[in-house]
Design a protein around this ligand. Structure first.
Ligand code: BYC
Ligand code: FE
Ligand code: FE
Length: 470
């Protein structure tokens, strides 16, 4: 059952060969996906061989194969992690029961909604990033972009499989809609805010993979706890792929910082933009933007949806089983931030069940901080630090949405916001400068001037390997 059928029309380890109806339904969706990929995937290099990792097994080791392939020939498939024998539900009102292999009728609507929201983000990010290949700072980076793109495409397959297999006609309809909503489309946008923003340049891309893909990591880790076992196993395998996306973001921003420090030392100035670099102040503003937009993805501080998902056993907490409580949370409380009438940030008591979005957001912020600490080590020499803004800064969802909050956590007036915002968020001039640096570099081993070279190549290949054959 879990053996990967890699030569099937749709590679899979879910026994598609034995389920004719499902196979035909998915084989009917496949050309629509490929058409979408051609229409709204990367705008160029579709016919160039790219050194890509393809999933060929789901075991701990050797799950991936690396080789040059043209992207439309990528083997998008359906891969679930190995089942865990006798697995039981780890949290909520059904804690201790055997996990479900079919969708419980009373949770059908909630589960469908979770799958749709998760699935929608995946192709959205491919759409957002489709122009970046034209300005890749190196072949190494272009390959990483494409790797992330094909895997986000596969994550769409992961959700579409679950919709087709477990939600019948409704699920098939939702799978079609995944290819009809589009990032930034005024009439038919993607579901979550951050996925309708543009990713116009590579600094944005690195910030996006660091901050927004990391929301993906935390959401998927919560869904991996699910009592609906096929979802849990699906997310488990997606997280394996996701680790690379985090890596691209963390090392990408790190390499920009490294290059900026180099230029600062060389020219003895903070203003490296004159020398083809990106000022730290600009990096900070991009970080402020991507961090705050990603915080919105966790939803409101208190949410009955989140409480219901948890009680039902559909969506747990990050590392649910490692937590030291009863995993049901009845009667337990915690504090969540509020802004009181006199405009000060305070706290109020909420049930832990209602506050689960906030709990996940806090875990996420802690994780975000780790990368910032690493970047700051490179900055120690020049005596400057990058800092995550306060969680209330620039928020459009939740308690802070109707308030102006500075990066330092002060609630401020509209006037003060207007007078200061150019120092906090990228201005048109900042974006224009960053865009002016974006020139594609396609000679193996060469890097654009605003970013340092990576310390190693991919899968033991040298940095100057021909990652994309031009
Ligand atoms: N934009 O009760 P609330 C990834 C809606 S990223 C627009 O607080 P809830 C990836 C909300 O739907 C991971 N609308 O929300 C990364 C609700 O609407 P209704 C994606 C928003 O349900 C990079 C209302 O506001 N996966 O994989 O507790 C590249 C009240 O909100 C937003 C998931 O998100 C927003 N930002 O929590 C590629 C996991 N936020 O019901 C891929 C599945 C909230 O009033 N999703 N709303 O009409 C969920 O668990 C939940 O839906 C959310 C929201 C955590 C997103
Ligand atoms: Fe993904
Ligand atoms: Fe990702």
């Amino acid at each position: 059952m879990t053996l990967v059928d890699i030569d099937a029309t749709i590679p899979n380890n879910v026994g598609l060969a034995d389920d004719r109806r499902l196979r035909r339904a998915l084989e009917n969706w496949q050309p629509k996906f490929l058409q979408w990929w051609r229409d709204l995937g990367p705008v160029a290099f579709q016919e160039n061989p790219v050194y890509l990792r393809t999933a060929v097994s789901v075991g701990r080791e050797g799950w991936a194969n690396f080789d040059h392939v043209e992207m439309p020939d990528y083997r998008w498939g359906v891969f679930l992690a190995e089942p865990e024998p006798d697995r039981t539900i780890a949290f909520g009102d059904h804690k201790g029961d055997a996990v479900w292999q079919e969708v419980p009728g009373e949770y059908r609507a909630d589960l469908r909604r979770l799958l749709v929201v998760q699935g929608d983000t995946e192709p959205a990010s491919v759409e957002q990033q489709r122009h970046l290949c034209l300005t890749a700072p190196s072949l190494y980076d272009m390959r990483n972009l494409f790797q992330v793109n094909v895997e986000e495409g596969r994550h769409l397959w992961a959700m579409v499989y679950l919709l087709h297999r477990y939600f019948g006609r409704d699920g098939r309809d939702e799978a079609e809609l995944m290819l009809e909503r589009h990032s930034g489309d005024l009439d038919n946008p993607r579901i979550l805010g951050a996925f309708n923003e543009q990713t116009p340049d590579w600094l944005s891309f690195f910030m996006f993979t660091y901050f927004t893909d990391r929301d993906g990591k935390y959401q998927l880790a919560s869904l991996r706890e699910s009592g609906f076992d096929p979802l849990s196993r699906t997310c488990d395998f997606m997280l394996k792929e996701e680790a690379h996306h985090m890596f691209v973001g963390a090392t990408g921003v790190g390499r920009v910082v490294e290059r900026t420090v180099e230029l600062m030392k060389e020219h003895d100035t903070d203003e490296v933009s004159r020398f083809g670099g990106i000022d730290l102040a600009t990096i900070q503003k991009y970080m402020n933007f991507h961090f705050s937009v990603s915080l919105d993805l966790f939803g409101a501080e208190t949410s009955t949806n989140a409480a219901n998902y948890f009680a039902a056993g559909l969506k747990g907490r990050f590392k649910e089983e490692a937590r030291d409580d009863d995993h049901q949370l009845h009667g337990l409380t915690r504090t969540v931030p509020t802004v009181d009438d006199d405009g000060r940030i305070g706290e109020r008591e909420a049930t832990q069940l209602a506050a689960l979005n906030e709990t996940l957001r806090e875990d996420y912020v802690e994780d975000c901080q780790k990368g910032v600490d690493r970047w700051n080590r490179a900055l120690a020499d020049v005596g400057v630090e990058l800092r995550l803004p306060h969680s209330g800064f620039n928020r459009a969802v939740g308690e802070f949405r109707d308030h102006r909050v500075g990066p330092d956590g002060r609630v401020i007036s509209d006037e003060e916001w207007a007078a200061s915002v150019d120092g906090w968020l990228p201005t048109d001039a900042d974006r224009e400068h960053v865009e002016s640096l974006m020139v594609g570099v396609t000679e193996p081993g060469k890097m654009a001037g605003w970013v340092a070279a990576p310390s190693t190549g991919i899968h033991q290949q040298p940095v100057d390997f021909e990652y994309v054959r031009i």
